[in-house]
Design a protein around this ligand. Structure first.
Ligand code: TZP
Ligand code: MG
Length: 214
């Protein structure tokens, strides 16, 4: 699937570690989020994840089927081999992951997203054929153990202005700050807990999407 900026609007990120290490609960929540209209999904099995490579492939294949049924892109975090094995559409790479130039050279048809939370990193990304940049954490987050300090909305605004690529915001996005976050010019919101821990996933997804339907 070819990348389009609109895919970033309501971009769910997650793995089994985000639903109490319960892969079935994870699949059910992702499936409901897809039914409700998320525009992209990133499979991020990380941090405290307890799944083996085989289990990641099995779960990844189920996510591939779900994403196909909903015509949304499946993006894999930081694992080019897994991305190719499950025929993902995209790969997301962080600053601490594999070297971006090498990933781009080996990505084939996968589109590539790149985490950038500093002006120098955006300047570098501006010279690369990445599809989008992801900036954050914008606010403090409990979903990533090794998260950098929160950068805030003013820094996000500056980064999305500087970037030649569409920029998606991540980290600590909630129903209380999502409107302001979109007002920075961010091309989309990327979220783990706001959606996966929502008491009403469908309603949460609708609220995010309505911010981009004017
Ligand atoms: N990268 C920067 S912050 C973050 C990632 C993967 C976690 C975002 O999770 P949440 O629950 O939306 O704050
Ligand atoms: Mg990463």
């Amino acid at each position: 699937m070819q990348f389009k900026e609109e895919m970033l609007h309501c971009y769910l990120v997650g793995g089994s570690q985000d639903t109490g290490h319960d892969p079935e609960k994870f699949l059910a929540a992702v499936s409901l989020a897809m039914d409700s209209g998320i525009t992209a999904f990133q499979y991020r099995e990380k941090g405290t994840s307890r799944l083996s490579l085989d289990q990641r492939v099995q779960l990844g294949r189920k996510l591939r089927q779900l994403a196909d049924q909903h015509s949304i892109p499946l993006i894999v975090d930081d694992d080019l081999e897994l991305a190719k094995t499950i025929r993902a559409d995209g790969l997301h790479v962080g600053q601490k992951d594999q070297q971006i130039e090498r990933v781009l050279a080996e990505a084939g048809e996968l589109f590539v997203g790149y985490s950038c939370n500093q002006p120098e990193q955006i300047a570098h990304a501006n010279r690369l054929p990445v599809a989008y940049v992801g900036s954050g954490p914008i606010f403090p987050t409990n979903s990533k153990n090794d998260a950098d300090p929160a950068i805030g909305l003013d820094a996000l605004s500056a980064l999305v202005k500087q970037s030649v690529h569409p920029g998606v915001a991540i980290g600590g996005i909630s129903e209380d700050n999502m409107t302001q976050t979109v007002q920075t010019g961010a091309a989309g919101l990327s979220m783990i807990s706001m959606i996966l821990q929502s008491p009403d996933i469908a309603e949460t997804v609708h609220r995010v999407n309505s911010l981009y339907r004017k």
